[in-house]
Every structure is written in structure tokens, then in C-alpha cells.
Design a binder for this molecule. Structure first.
Ligand code: CP
Ligand code: NVA
Length: 314
């Protein structure tokens, strides 16, 4: 295998701040071009991408496939029954075979080790489309959305992102972003559902962001620029989190209008989607004018276009 490590996009903190910011600038640039209706910029012309999905998806699948096509390439969807990675065939074999046909591999898997193995054995760039541990493409799209709406991504006193819910893969990617870009990140989660301790420590050790983990959502949201929510039970964890679901409903961890009022008038609501309306968030909060969830979803495509351009050295 002869690819440099920066080729892969596995964790946000694999990159320094300048590279992350450059990717976000690029995302905005190519977004403007695509929005203008311009279809002559075709950097992926003649290139193919294999997309492995061990889990369901709407945004990740459609945004990657559409983005790669609009910039001239061809993407191949491989659903949960097609490859059956690790079951029908070993991950290291999948990586080496797909590398011989394709210029880039995007994968959504269960175990984080699977994406690490794909990257290890593949000779082409591997992009992480979500694992049980993290979801870096989502947080890049969220960063782009915050720059567009809040006006900035940086500043421990100026930018406060408050996540409310299960300390899951989305939280890990927020923490890893906070290891590279300085801001104030608060994760309010029920006792026993805190994010991975090592990842929290990593973000704290980086020493650039203010990191708080708390069990009090009402206190946490005060003064937030962004209140962020996600499903209480992630894909593959529905049964594991059954009790959490019940306890969260009982103890009122739902992001509702009252909680948004506590956050204050300037707070935006964000959610990576899909959302379970009436569970982790109310319908009214998603539909409110300060909800930017669909802007986030749209930006998946633009952020990922920039990630792919970077991975392919274009
Ligand atoms: N946010 C996100 O990754 O959505 P999908 O699961 O639909 O891809
Ligand atoms: N935490 C969620 C994110 C979905 C995009 C999950 O892993 O299911």
C-alpha cells in the first residue's frame, strides 16, 4: 500500500486546523459553483467510487452519490446484502479488491475497527460515512452550516454548541473537532450515557476548546448558539438503548420549545437527521424558523465534495 495517511478521511482530528478550514472553504466555493447551475467543473471525470453500506442511509448515500456525479464521477452503491463485509468476505479482501476497480471507497459500518481495516488494506482513499464510534462527514457539514448561519466556527467565548442526548458517535466527532478548532462544546447526557472517556480526555488534552460534560440539560443550554440533538438510540443500538429511551422520556430530556427558550433567542436548533419527532425533539422545534436541520442535510453534499477533492489530491 502506497498512499499517504492524509488520503483517508476517518477522524476529524487526523487533520490540523488549517486543513479543516481549507476543506470548509473549498466546500463553500464548490457549493456556490453548483448552486449557480455551473456544470463544467468535473474534477472526478473518469473516476469511480465504491460506497459500502452496512447500515441504512438516506443523506449519506444520496449526498455522496449525487455530489460525486455532479463533479463528473460515477458512484456504486453496495447495500447491506451486497458485500456483507466480514461475513461473506473478509474486510481486508474487500479493501484490496475494491481498490483495484475504484479511485475512492466510502463506507458506513458498525465496528470502528472495520473502517480502520478498510483504510489499512485499501490502496485508495477511504472515507468514513459513519461508524458506531464517529461520523466525521456529518460534523464537517455541521461546521459549514454554522459558518453560514452563526457566522463563525471558532472562539471559546463566542461559539457555544450544546448537544443534548445520548453521548454517541455524533458527540465523538464534535469532541474531535474541538481538539482541532477552538470553541465551547457542552454535552448534556443522562448518567451512564456519557461519551467515550478517552475521547473526552483527548479533546481536553488538546487544550484549545472548553469542554463540558453534564447531566443537566436545562443548565447546559443557557447561552447556547446551537442546541444539537440526535436520536436516543443509534443504528444497531436500539435494543441496548431501550431503557435509556424510556428513562429519557420520563425525565424530559426532549428538546422542546421550553428548552429552546432557556437557550435564548439567538440559539439555532441542529439535528443530523433522521429525527424521531415527538421523541428526542418536538415537531415545533424542528419546524421553527431557527431550525437549520435541512441546511445541514444539504451541506452534507458540499462538505463531502470538498473531503473527496482533498482525499484525491485534487
Ligand atoms: N445524517 C445521516 O447520516 O443521515 P443518513 O443516516 O440518512 O445517511
Ligand atoms: N447517532 C445516529 C446518527 C445517524 C446519522 C446513528 O448512529 O444512528
Amino acid at each position: 500500500k502506497e498512499k499517504p495517511q492524509w488520503n483517508d478521511f476517518l477522524h476529524i482530528d487526523d487533520f490540523d486546523k488549517a486543513t479543516i478550514m481549507k476543506m470548509l472553504d473549498r466546500a463553500a466555493e464548490v457549493k456556490a459553483l453548483l448552486k449557480s447551475g455551473e456544470r463544467v467543473y468535473l474534477p472526478f471525470k473518469g473516476k469511480t467510487m465504491a460506497m459500502i453500506f452496512a447500515k441504512p442511509s438516506m443523506r449519506t448515500r444520496v449526498s455522496f452519490e449525487t455530489g460525486f456525479f455532479l463533479l463528473g464521477g460515477h458512484a456504486i452503491y453496495l447495500g447491506p446484502d451486497d458485500i456483507q463485509m466480514g461475513k461473506r468476505e473478509e474486510t481486508r479482501d474487500v479493501a484490496r479488491v475494491l481498490s483495484r476497480y475504484n479511485d475512492v471507497i466510502m463506507a458506513r459500518v458498525f465496528a470502528h475497527q472495520d473502517i480502520l481495516d478498510l483504510a489499512k488494506y485499501s490502496s485508495v482513499p477511504v472515507i468514513n460515512g459513519l461508524t458506531d464510534y464517529n461520523h466525521p462527514c456529518q460534523i464537517m457539514a455541521d461546521a459549514l452550516t454554522m459558518i453560514e448561519h452563526v457566522g463563525q466556527l471558532e472562539g471559546t467565548k463566542k461559539l457555544q454548541v450544546v448537544y443534548v442526548g445520548d453521548g454517541n458517535n455524533i458527540v465523538h466527532s464534535w469532541l474531535l473537532l474541538a481538539s482541532v478548532v477552538p470553541f465551547h462544546f457542552v454535552c448534556a447526557c443522562p448518567k451512564g450515557f456519557e461519551p467515550d472517556q478517552k475521547t473526552v480526555e483527548k479533546a481536553r488534552r488538546a487544550g484549545i476548546s472548553k469542554i463540558e460534560i453534564t447531566n443537566d440539560p436545562k443548565e447546559a443550554v443557557r447561552g447556547a448558539d446551537v442546541v444539537y440533538s440526535d436520536v436516543w438510540a443509534s443504528m444497531g443500538q436500539k435494543e441496548l438503548h431501550f431503557e435509556l429511551n424510556l428513562s429519557l422520556i420520563d425525565s424530559n430530556w426532549q428538546v422542546d420549545e421550553q428548552l429552546m427558550k432557556l437557550a435564548g433567542p439567538r440559539a439555532y436548533f441542529m439535528h443530523c437527521l433522521p429525527a424521531e419527532r415527538g421523541v428526542e425533539v418536538t415537531d415545533a422545534v424542528i419546524e421553527a424558523p431557527n431550525s437549520i436541520v435541512f441546511a445541514q442535510a444539504e451541506n452534507r453534499m458540499h462538505a463531502q465534495n470538498a473531503i473527496m477533492l482533498h482525499a484525491l489530491g485534487l
